[in-house]
Design a protein around this ligand. Structure first.
Ligand code: ZN
Length: 511
């Protein structure tokens, strides 16, 4: 049952009194792209979710891990009291500012002190968050929890499978589970980790973990778990679970824009007290991934000019042009002008739709007259990958504030000031914040633009095409530069350990 925080004993339905298990719940998730120079601040968390104490349970994302945790508690048959400490969610982006990490740590300390004695801790963290001068934010937050609660209390950790698992994280964790699919399954993972956590806290199982680190960084284009080598690798892990050999197996193809110490892929196998078997399965999974390393590096993108020509010539429907280098959901800045510049200089036969993040231009347009012609230097303000492009266009629409988006986990997105500019066959959505990078038709419809009327739609994502499925099923990955580019070779790495596949010649992952 799910009980409010407070007393530690409650009468059960049959009138008996049972000692309840108190479980502290901590949720902090942000995915950092260290090549995005725009820092993530506390406002970045407030824009999605920043909740403390009981308010965490007042606003539960039905698709999130907390909802999964509540579901598992409800069906556990155990008398469990969830003690919510914090839920902090921010969109992917640059490193956290120093103050932001300090404030999140402070909120956790405050919450744990107010919570009193707990029998276990469940933490939902991303695993690929970095802050200014702190590569491993999750390790730092886990250390904060350990300083408050000591080393004896069992701790269960959920991570995104694009995490970079570190020595610090593993040293504080008793049982670990990562997402099993991409696109992700946070509800199911929150639920299934909670089931194992409750059995761990009550002493029914004694989790033992084996961990392998692989010196690999591969691009995003083979990251979907429904096909290709990623499916084969993830299926292998699921086999160990369904055969009953492991409590849970987590695979971590680290997201490839994390220039940090200890970077690389990981495997974590958890068994019920059988260390030797866990070690053996971890080795087998490491060998399997390493044997497929060249397949993970297979690219299926097109250069910008060829992608546009393909879309303009397509016989029917809209073609999604995935701006792989400027994937907002992957943590990029959303201000790329690479595809836009090519569209503006191409004699297009059909209409194209492009989102661009530019706070200065968006604010400027908010006071211009609808129907007027404006000339602006657009985009290319945030990082060294892009330059602004001069655009003369007609202002067609403008609006401000949050818009509701069907099916989106957070339900709505605040793009700040937003405007529609039209220059010949090229229609631009200019927004103050990166929002969702134009991946949802709703962001256009709220401004009176129907994306289905366009032949090509630029989307700032490399994998989240699901919201546009009603409009088209055809998409092209465009080989664009940027903080989320698929070309891992030319990213300006300075901190990752070397040697690293595919940047260096390597024969064995154990090297
Ligand atoms: Zn992820």
């Amino acid at each position: 049952m799910l009980m409010a925080a407070g007393s530690t004993t409650r009468p059960l339905d049959d009138g008996t009194v049972n000692h309840s298990m108190r479980v502290a719940l901590i949720h902090v998730m942000q995915e950092t792209d260290t090549f995005n120079p725009v820092l993530t601040t506390l406002d970045g968390f407030r824009n999605v979710a920043l909740l403390e104490g009981h308010s965490v349970l007042d606003r539960v994302d039905p698709a999130g891990p907390i909802a999964g945790c509540i579901d598992a508690v409800g069906t556990s048959g155990k008398n469990v009291e969830i003690v919510p400490i914090i839920r902090a969610d921010a969109q992917s982006g640059g490193r956290l500012s120093v103050d932001t990490l300090a404030m999140l740590s402070e909120m956790i300390v405050r919450g744990l002190r107010a919570a009193g004695k707990c029998d276990g801790v469940i933490m939902f963290l991303h695993g690929a968050a970095s802050a200014v001068d702190v590569d491993d934010v999750e390790g730092a937050l886990l250390a904060v929890v350990r300083r408050e609660l000591g080393s004896e209390i069992p701790l269960a950790l959920m991570l995104d499978h694009h995490a970079n698992v570190t020595i610090e994280m593993m040293s504080h964790t008793n049982v670990l589970m990562a997402f099993r699919t991409q696109p992700h399954d946070p509800f199911e993972t929150g639920r299934d980790l909670t089931k194992i956590a409750l059995r761990t806290f009550s002493g029914e199982v004694q989790p033992t973990m084996a961990w392998r680190k692989l010196p690999m960084i591969t691009h995003q284009e083979q990251f979907l778990t429904a096909s290709g080598p990623m499916k084969e690798w993830f299926d292998h892990a699921r086999r160990f679970e369904s055969e009953g050999r492991a409590l849970t197996v987590s695979l971590f193809p680290m997201q490839p824009w994390l220039d940090v110490e200890e970077a690389g892929w990981s495997i974590v196998v958890v068994t019920d007290g059988d260390a030797a078997s866990a070690e053996q399965m971890a080795d087998e999974l490491a060998d399997h991934a390493w044997s497929m390393r060249e397949r993970f590096m297979k690219l299926d993108n097109l250069p910008v000019d060829r992608a546009i020509a393909f879309a303009d010539d397509a016989s029917r429907g809209a073609v999604l042009l995935s701006d792989t280098g400027d994937s907002v959901l992957g943590g990029s800045t959303g201000d790329s002008t690479v595809i836009l510049r090519e569209l503006l200089s191409t004699d297009l036969r059909h209409r194209a739709l492009v989102p661009v993040t530019d706070p200065n231009v968006a604010r400027h347009l908010s006071s211009a007259d609808i129907g007027s012609t404006v000339t602006v230097e657009l985009g290319g303000w945030a990082n060294s990958f892009y330059k602004p492009v001069k655009v003369t266009a007609v202002l067609r629409a403008q609006r401000s504030g949050a818009v509701a988006l069907d099916g989106l986990p957070q339900g709505s997105v605040d793009m700040g000031d937003a405007a529609i500019l039209e220059a010949g066959n090229v229609t631009m959505l200019v927004t103050e914040t990166s929002g969702v990078g134009g991946i949802h038709p709703g962001v256009y419809r709220h401004l009176g633009v129907e994306p289905a009327d366009f032949k090509m739609i630029v989307m700032k994502t490399a994998s989240n095409f699901q919201y546009m499925r009603g409009i088209t099923t055809e998409f092209v990955r465009v080989a664009t530069p940027g903080p989320t580019q698929s070309d891992v070779h030319s990213l300006p790495w300075t901190r990752i350990p070397r040697p690293m596949y595919p940047l260096d010649a390597m024969e064995d992952w154990r090297a």
